[in-house]
Design a protein around this ligand. Structure first.
Ligand SMILES: Nc1ncnc2c1ncn2[C@@H]1O[C@H](COP(=O)(O)OP(=O)(O)OP(=O)(O)O)[C@@H](O)[C@H]1O
Ligand SMILES: [Mg+2]
Length: 264
């Protein structure tokens, strides 16, 4: 993203949702966005996912516009609520995108510079996500956490080059959340996707990310980009390590500044 501005509304009531945002995410990186409510995190994701366009500045995904990247199904979106189709089984929900997007591979090849994409075995991914027994059930028969896992598997199903996730774990209890983080890291490791992840949880951001982007509101902007130099895999032991908590403290400190700036 280069010098990206996004304004909602007009005149004195206009909101500067994003004001001069520059962000470069190298392929394969796991990047989290964190910041007070209203600082433009979802707006940033929507611009990358091609759901909106910037008023000024430029957004490119692997060198093409988000609209072109979407048409080639290079972008997978996990929205805050799982949005599964209630009349289809879990397995049919997660395989549907592959069935209706047969033309995308050709479009992606024309953009060029990519390896041919292997379509993952969705049954296998469901089993890995702990949904092996649930795959023939309807979404209404699953718990909220299971539905969220299904939405994540579905987003991985097209093997997107960029995976965009807006607070996917926010409604979960701590242990379900940790287990889903594990599963997400496993899938990420396996599929080598670039991830843009929004969260309000500092420990989640530190555990998952290569880079944490701290944002502040009014106007929405990036205040700091922090690389997390912790080794992977980042299992449970990480929570007992001093360096993990030092990163947490650093990010909390930056967030506090962002909050005070927001309140002023
Ligand atoms: N469609 C819209 N119309 C008008 N204003 C909007 C619209 N979408 C977002 N905004 C405003 O833009 C700003 C950024 O919103 P955004 O949803 O990106 O914030 P966020 O960082 O995702 O917040 P949260 O943590 O609460 O999800 C907010 O002030 C919001 O009120
Ligand atoms: Mg949001």
């Amino acid at each position: 993203m280069r010098s990206v501005h996004r304004v909602y509304g007009f005149g004195p009531s206009a909101t500067n949702a994003l004001d001069g945002v520059d962000l470069t995410v190298p392929p394969g990186r796991f990047v989290s966005l964190i910041g007070p409510s209203g600082c433009g995190k979802s707006t940033l994701l929507r611009l990358v996912a091609g759901l909106e366009r910037p008023d000024r500045g430029e957004v490119r995904v692997h060198g093409v516009t988000p609209a072109q990247a979407c048409a080639a199904k290079m972008i997978g979106l996990v929205p805050q609520s799982p949005a599964l189709l209630p009349w289809l089984s879990v397995l049919r929900n997660v395989t549907l995108p592959q069935k209706i997007n047969r033309g995308a591979a050709g479009r992606r090849e024309r953009i060029g510079g990519f390896e041919k994409r292997q379509v993952p075995d969705m049954r296998d991914l469901l089993v890995k996500a702990g949904l092996g027994e649930a795959m023939h059930k309807l979404p209404a028969q699953l718990s909220g956490g299971m539905q969220q896992r299904a939405a994540i598997v579905r987003a991985f199903g097209l093997r997107p080059d960029v995976l965009v996730m807006d607070e996917p774990f926010s409604a979960l209890d701590e242990f379900t959340r940790e287990s889903l983080q594990d599963q997400l890291l496993d899938l990420w490791d396996e599929l080598k996707t670039t991830v843009l992840f929004v969260t309000h949880s500092v420990s989640e951001a530190v555990r998952l990310s290569d880079t944490v982007v701290v944002m502040a509101p009014r106007p929405g902007r990036i205040v700091e980009t922090i690389d997390i130099g912790l080794p992977r895999p980042r299992g449970e032991r990480l929570f007992k390590e001093r360096r993990f908590h030092e990163y947490e403290d650093l990010i909390r400190d930056r967030l506090r500044h962002a909050w005070h700036g927001a309140a002023a």
